[in-house]
Design a protein around this ligand. Structure first.
Ligand code: FAD
Length: 298
């Protein structure tokens, strides 16, 4: 099993962007079939460096996440990363899930605190890992996982201040995480300023921008209320009046995300994490714009 850090090194030598794609575990057998038999095989062409699978709020998708990740390992040529959270589970339970992943050949965990299922305030489980930094330490005890953690260019909504949030990020990386993936953002300047702040705080690990091609403004606004990402007025204007026109919304989403990644690329960013929302066609087009080509053409 190859570690992603080795792939990163090879890619960087070849001057190609590093791309990861995030999926959620499908809820139905039909969704499962669509993801594993059609969408993921089609994405092999886009050469994602890894595909991550989310863990539902409060660990609600624990079994589905595991099943999807295990099938990615068994049935596709893609490198998986499994999201894992601290919510609602003892340390022993979380360690067991991690051990099962390691035994199934999964070498990369996206380690998160997570949020409680129904939006109530977060309270650590009395016997659990309280925060993501504690999970990183625990995972490293289970096996030498590659670990990604979350970062927030617009500050995590429960952080006391920008400085405590940056300090938390640094502690996660110092505890052994290999990189941070950011929450989505739409204003590129916000991300570039965040990179400067990370550097000033002594953070040298890769900070990978999380890119979300947005087709559903109402859904985005609901998500943003929880995650702290802001929705700029210009994005609202671009999607305004298109509620009944999904095709045009998809085109707008692709244009907005393509412009964003090109601007980031022009500023020297060469790693991108895409929130695909299980609609990878848009991401495929954006990866192509970034210069990713099917394997045979390389
Ligand atoms: P932490 O890094 O633990 O930080 C959470 C908050 O606590 C921050 O405000 C931090 O400043 C503060 N804090 C840290 N330590 C302490 C302390 N000792 N005392 C007091 N405050 C402290 N959620 C899911 O449920 N499933 C997923 O699959 C998932 N995937 C994600 C992927 C990415 C790339 C991102 C960016 C987010 C994802 N999330 C997911 C959302 C994430 O779980 C939430 O944003 C959650 O609220 C914070 O998680 P964290 O890992 O950033 O927490």
């Amino acid at each position: 099993m190859q570690f992603i850090r080795d792939i990163y090194a090879d890619k960087k030598k070849a001057g190609r962007p590093v791309i990861s794609l995030e999926f959620f575990p499908p809820k139905t057998d039909e969704g499962d079939r669509a993801l594993l038999e059609r969408q993921l095989p089609a994405l092999l062409e886009a050469r994602p460096d890894y595909c991550s699978v989310t863990y539902g709020a409060g660990g609600s998708t624990r079994h589905r996440t595991h099943a999807t990740v295990a099938r990615i390992v068994r049935e596709t040529g893609l490198v998986p990363a499994a999201h894992l959270t601290c919510v609602g589970a003892t340390r022993e339970e979380v360690d067991n899930v991690a051990r099962q992943y390691w035994e199934a050949g999964v070498r990369h965990i996206v380690a998160l605190r997570g949020d409680p299922p129904s939006g109530e305030g977060y309270r650590p489980h009395p016997d659990g890992y309280p925060f993501a930094v504690d999970l990183v330490v625990g995972l490293k005890r289970v096996a030498p996982f590659e670990i990604s953690v979350a970062a927030y260019p617009e500050i995590h909504p429960q952080a006391q201040s920008r400085m405590t949030d940056l300090d938390n990020l640094k502690r996660k990386l110092d505890a052994g995480a290999n990189r941070a993936i950011t929450n989505y953002f739409f204003d590129t300047a916000v991300f570039l300023r965040f990179l400067d702040l990370c550097l000033a705080a002594g953070i040298t690990a890769p900070i990978v921008p999380g890119i979300m091609p947005v087709t559903n403004l109402a859904g985005l606004r609901r998500m943003s209320a929880l995650s702290g990402g802001s929705v700029p007025d210009w994005l609202g204007h671009m999607l305004d009046g298109l509620d009944n026109d999904p095709e045009t919304r998809r085109m707008v989403a692709a244009v907005v995300a393509a412009e964003q990644v090109r601007l980031l690329q022009a500023n020297g960013v060469d790693e991108f994490h895409f929130y695909t929302l299980n609609r990878p066609e848009l991401t495929y087009a954006i990866a192509h714009i970034l210069g990713v080509r099917p394997m045979s053409v390389a």
